[in-house]
Write a protein that binds this ligand. Structure first.
Ligand code: PFF
Length: 473
């Protein structure tokens, strides 16, 4: 890529609400409905919300504003990829290597995220056809899930009995491919404008169903809606003295808001010069928190608890979504319909996120290698399919997914987030940042947030990064 020859942005968002929905679409995903309830329940229940909100205020929202601001700035100079935008901010040859991390992380996450997305599609279709209503036989759901996950041998998913999953995976890839091939406006924005409201409707229907379940089995009075909410939200303040709780909370904020991945930098680079970044950033983040805390936090675990009691604690994040919940839908009145709504909603949420993961690499191919969008999308589609193929082949249960999620989705993110905080606070500079952020803004970022971005955010991140290395390396 040439720093000296910036080109005009190739694509632009159609409307303000469109870009907010696209960024919120990237943020709202499996992380909100599966990862969040699992993390909260494992890390102190209600007490988890203390480090969670600290991370939201110290890391999530400030970094989100920084990414929106740097992205729109880079876009104005004609750069859309993270390496380009970082090089425009920091005229140093290392900048583009840091930018490369922001291209690589979402691409790798895409390779396993899309596999889970295909599970959601498979589950939604199975509810539609009725084949997932297997009565009260937990072993039947375990077996069904095992076929999707490829439990057992390497290559289990390629065995004749499991091949239907490969069709689902192919269909999921195709949908993602079509959306990114059509571009940020005609593909991603158009899809998010229709998918986001539909997701709210589906999730609200399931929420009402869960909250009106009462105590389905009178012989187990503890397993009520209130008991389920208590199980998820009862605070265990002892967890606060464990660094793992603080690590998990910050990791959840990054993953959930899609902050620290370079996604927002790329999306914001397609804004117009005076599009409001402050209000848009805040709206997209608030929308994500609504989905996470109000919907994800009130549906998944409480519903599972009502029917399975304290046994839900043993299911783990994926087990909770794909193994415990089918037991729940089988037992609840109207379960087939609500099961379909739930997994269809999860599928939409996952697609609006996964399309955002390929976009940074597309921008890099266009800008760095001079390829046209359609060629970039095709080459990347192929690379991602090969990567996902490897993951599926070697998956042997959930081990490969978990390993990728841990090292790339958690470890590298701290590093990239730190780079971005330093890039904004120290290289771009908070005075310039403040001026740039408020161009066309309808609300102001409080001044202390700029100071926080310069001093507190990088320090907080550095402490967390050291704690992460300490615990895991
Ligand atoms: N924010 C998405 C979720 O909560 O599921 C996940 C995600 C999207 C992670 C985009 C990373 C990313 F680049």
């Amino acid at each position: 890529m040439s720093e000296a020859s910036p080109q005009p942005p190739r694509d632009q968002w159609g409307s303000r609400i469109g870009v907010i929905l696209a960024v919120a679409g990237s943020a709202v995903g499996l992380g909100n409905f599966l990862r969040f309830p699992g993390q909260a329940a494992q890390n102190g229940g209600g007490a988890f919300m203390i480090p969670y909100f600290v991370a939201l205020l110290v890391l999530g929202i400030p970094l989100c504003w920084a990414e929106w601001t740097m992205g729109r700035y880079g876009g104005r100079l004609g750069f859309n990829s993270a390496p380009g935008v970082y090089s425009a901010i920091w005229r140093n040859r290392f900048a583009k290597y840091f930018g490369a991390i922001a291209v690589l992380i979402p691409l790798v996450i895409y390779m396993y995220y899309v596999v889970i997305e295909a599970w959601c599609l498979g589950y939604a279709l199975s509810y539609l056809s009725g084949s997932l209503m297997k009565g009260s036989d937990p072993a039947a759901y375990e077996e069904f899930f095992g076929n999707f996950v490829g439990a057992g041998e390497h290559g289990a998913l390629l065995q004749p009995g499991n091949r239907s999953f490969l069709w689902l995976l192919g269909a999921t890839f195709l949908l993602n491919f079509v959306l990114i091939y059509r571009g940020v406006n005609k593909g991603i924005e158009t899809f998010c404008r229709f998918a986001m409201p539909l997701m709210v409707i589906c999730a609200l229907c399931v929420l009402v169903r869960v909250l009106t379940l009462g105590t389905p089995d009178p012989s187990k009075p503890d397993q009520s809606v209130i008991g389920g909410l208590g199980f998820m939200w009862n605070p265990d303040f002892q967890a606060l003295s464990n660094p793992q709780t603080w690590l998990a909370a910050s990791g959840q904020i990054f993953f959930s808001l899609s902050v620290g991945f370079g996604i927002i930098v790329n999306y914001a680079s397609y804004l117009r010069e005076d599009d409001d970044v402050v209000l848009s950033g805040l709206s997209a983040s608030s929308m994500n928190e609504f989905f996470e805390v109000c919907l994800g936090g009130l549906i998944t675990l409480p519903a599972a608890f009502i029917f399975l009691g304290t046994a839900v604690a043993g299911f783990g994040t994926f087990g909770l979504g794909f193994n415990a919940l089918p037991n729940v839908f089988a037992a609840m009145p109207g379960g087939q319909f609500f099961g379909f709504l739930w997994f269809f909603m999860l599928f939409l949420a996952a697609v609006t996120s996964s399309v955002s993961m390929l976009q940074p690499a597309i921008a890099f191919f266009e800008e760095g290698l001079g390829l046209k969008r359609h060629a970039s999308a095709s080459i990347l589609g192929l690379i991602a399919a090969i990567g996902a193929g490897f993951i599926v082949y070697f998956s042997k249960g959930l081990v490969a997914l978990d390993t990728f999620d841990f090292w790339v989705g958690t470890g590298l993110i701290y590093l990239l987030a730190m780079i971005q905080a330093v890039m904004y606070g120290w290289i771009f500079g908070i005075d310039r940042g403040e001026e740039e952020a408020h161009r066309g803004a309808h609300i102001r970022i409080p001044r202390f947030v700029q100071f926080m971005l310069k001093y507190v955010t990088p320090l907080y991140l550095a402490v967390i990064f050291v704690a992460f290395c300490w615990q895991n390396v």
